[in-house]
Design a protein. Structure first.
Length: 730
């Protein structure tokens, strides 16, 4: 039964009734990919059958396919309430195109690196229906085509071989019941040995391939006949449980929590875990300390932070001879300022102490302290380095101090070849003083790497707002260091007059003190919308019409939407899709991705080879289908070329989670706040969102949700032992 008969003869069934429909088989050419999930392999695409007037939509987890490919599909028709009839695919087979037109479309899809629409036409004009055979068997003939030299011919041949090998792996993976959008990553990781590796121990995928993790590997293992209580499976489940805890911010798990999480994941009795745990400890794949269980990296990071801070605090340094009170008076006179008592104390400590933490909310003069301190030390010939966790934060630090600042990752000089930072104990940072801003963003792993690279004679000053959200990565380093009382801490509390005139700063302190914000008509607005649909529509209107018209703001460059959650109608995912359509409707689409030229995008994980990091934001300038790459200009002005194979690491950034916005500052922020966000309606979440706005903050939503956030100080406590370690060692 084809699509037309289905529409004519059938009462529209719900999607979950698809198993009641007859199985049909269709064959045609894929016209375009509507949606593809890199993580799950789920795909929505449209195909054209010979003689059919309309395109057919098909959906499912299937072989990675491209426009131009000929496919044979077997599945059942379902009715999507929003998109109409779709073929829910149960089996997909890729067929080699046989006609010249089909071959040209197949090669022109960008499937083979080095061939886009232009070269596809030239090749088919030259070789006709023999084109694919020539590429496969007689690649030397490619050089007879205009524009194809030795280098491009080699590139085409290698890409073709990789594509064929990839197809074999995809077929194998499909046979194991897993979505194979990850096949490219698997092939890159293991090469021709991919199938062999997976047959021997599919759980290696969980360690080696981003986005597959335990569940995907477990599907393969089950299909390969690996028993439920196989030691390989139990060990993989235990390490996965700890890995998930790490993603949730925990450095370790108590044994009871680890066993409970693993039992739920593996569906085995608690007693079955004892032997695998002992084996993991014996192999040093887990570390146990009393009741705490760590992954090796996290254990070494936490113990290493305490050890390196002890070394740093105890090692001598060449302090400059400074008459402190005179220096403070000189800084006040030179900069025409009056320092508050706690600011003066911060400068005294900054001159004398080996380590120092300076914390305070917005408008309390952290930058004034740093500028005054640096001016004094500069006069005395002290060499210093300024750094911050993100590119945006480093750029802000440069603007505030008038001095160069670097991201921590670039300061530590990551080497893709070595797979780690090149700066460490054997190759330390050349400085007498390191000043790090936005220190609340530093997680345990990064802090350990930073301290390893700091020479013992150097001094360290951490500057940050401890009331903001903790780091995205595991740990709560700044809070733990302050709570230990083992390091000097200066808290800045005085709000200066200029700051008091700002509704943003005033309300940030109100929120932090548990007071409901006071909205005004110049920089801190509330637009009351209790219905999620109306809330979303208001956000769209604000960015596309009202804010550009009233305040002269660029909706993409000057305004950032910050939502507490990813999911839901007013969540980041839905808002990004709608804002893309509203703000960039005519951007040229990028094949196989939900991106367009001109889109605002964010890097979702560190990519050291491209020198871009989690949270970096930029705009897509251009896309080259022939070269299979696009260019992005990031906020710090860098232009980065992305191969299409790296686009899984990008997401739309018209809207972002509040957590992802840490370390950034925007001219204006729009914050939807609804009861549906109840899981993230917390004081530090709202406080962090509000303090991202430099000139304008607009909350859109339900006043009750805002009130709940202000009152709710119950946050998930992260499992760390850094506070106790610092007390013991210092």
């Amino acid at each position: 039964m084809d699509r037309q008969q289905y529409i004519k003869n059938k009462v529209r069934p719900k999607a979950d009734q698809s198993d009641l429909e007859p199985v049909v088989e269709l064959e045609g050419v894929v016209e375009r990919i509507v949606f593809e999930s890199a993580d799950t392999g789920f795909l929505v695409a449209r195909m054209r059958r010979d003689g059919a007037a309309e395109l057919d939509t098909f959906v499912g987890t299937m072989l990675s396919i491209s426009p131009g490919e000929t496919v044979r599909l077997r599945g059942r028709w379902v009715e999507d309430q929003k998109f109409g009839p779709q073929l829910k695919v149960e089996h997909c087979e890729t067929l080699m195109p046989e006609s010249a037109v089909g071959i040209e479309k197949y090669l022109g899809s960008g499937l083979i690196s080095g061939i886009g629409p232009t070269y596809a036409k030239r090749l088919v004009d030259a070789f006709g229906v023999e084109t694919l055979r020539v590429i496969d068997e007689q690649p030397e003939r490619l050089r007879s085509v205009s524009g194809i030299g030795r280098k491009r011919a080699t590139q085409i041949r290698e890409a073709w071989e990789e594509h064929r090998a990839l197809q074999d792996i995809m077929v194998f993976l499909q046979g194991q019941g897993i979505g194979v959008a990850q096949a490219v990553k698997i092939y890159k990781q293991y090469g021709d040995k991919a199938v062999t590796v997976l047959r021997q121990n599919p759980y290696t995928l969980a360690d080696d391939i981003t986005g597959i993790a335990f569940h995907g590997a477990d599907k393969i293992a089950q299909n390969l006949g690996i028993a439920k209580d196989d030691p390989k499976r139990l060990q993989a489940g235990l390490t996965h449980a700890l890995g998930q805890a790490q993603l949730n911010g925990h450095v370790y798990l108590p044994e009871e929590d680890l066993r409970a999480a693993a039992c739920e994941l593996l569906q085995v009795p608690d007693a079955a875990l004892t032997q695998p745990l002992e084996a993991l400890v014996a192999e040093k794949r887990l570390f146990q300390e009393e009741d705490a269980w760590y992954l090796p990296l996290m254990y070494h990071a936490e113990t290493g932070i305490a050890a390196r801070l002890k070394l740093l605090c105890s090692a001598p340094c060449n302090k400059p001879t400074v008459q402190v009170e005179k220096a403070i008076a000189w800084a006040e006179k030179t900069k025409d300022i009056k320092l508050a008592p706690e600011q003066q104390e911060a400068i005294r400590q900054g001159i004398e102490a080996k380590t120092l933490i300076i914390t305070g909310g917005p408008g309390t003069g952290k930058t004034t302290v740093i500028n005054s301190l640096l001016a004094i030390l500069e006069k005395k010939g002290v060499a210093f380095v300024l750094a911050a966790p993100t590119g945006r934060a480093a750029k802000r630090m440069e603007a505030a101090t008038g001095r160069d600042a670097s991201t921590l990752h670039r300061l530590l000089e990551f080497s893709p070849r070595q797979g780690g930072f090149t700066r460490d104990e054997t190759n330390p940072i050349a400085t007498d003083l390191l000043v790090v801003d936005e220190a609340s963003m530093i997680d345990a792993l990064l802090m350990h790497a930073l301290l390893r690279a700091l020479p013992p004679f150097a001094r360290l000053i951490l500057v940050g707002d401890v009331d903001q959200l903790p780091s995205v990565g595991a740990g709560n380093v700044l809070l733990d260091c302050i709570a230990s009382n083992a390091l000097p801490v200066v808290r800045l509390k005085t709000i200066f007059r200029q700051s008091e005139e700002s509704g943003i700063i005033t309300n940030a302190h109100h929120i932090n003190a548990g007071k409901y914000p006071e909205f005004n008509e110049h920089d801190f607005f509330l637009i009351e919308r209790k219905d999620p649909e109306r809330c979303v529509e208001t956000v769209l209107e604000l960015l596309s019409e009202r804010m550009p018209k009233k305040f002269g703001l660029d909706p993409v460059n000057d305004i950032q939407v910050l939502s507490p959650m990813r999911r839901g109608e007013a969540g980041v995912n839905n808002l990004n899709e709608l804002l893309q359509e509203r703000l960039n409707p005519k951007g040229a689409p990028i094949p196989r991705r939900n991106f367009r030229v001109g889109d605002k995008v964010m890097q979702l994980r560190n990519n050291y080879e491209l020198d871009v990091f989690n949270g970096d934001v930029g705009r897509i300038n251009m896309a080259d289908d022939e070269a299979q790459e696009l260019e992005i200009t990031f906020d710090d002005g860098r232009k980065v070329i992305y191969p299409y194979t790296s686009l899984d690491d990008l997401g739309l950034a018209y809207a972002a989670t509040i957590h992802k916005s840490q370390g950034s500052e925007y001219p204006a922020v729009v914050i939807p706040m609804l009861p549906q966000h109840y899981m993230m309606l917390q004081r530090n979440v709202l406080y962090t969102a509000v303090t991202r706005g430099k000139k304008l903050v607009i909350l859109v939503g339900d006043p009750k949700a805002i009130g709940r956030a202000v009152r709710n100080i119950q946050t998930v406590q992260r499992n760390t032992r850094l506070t106790a370690r610092l007390r013991n060692s210092l």
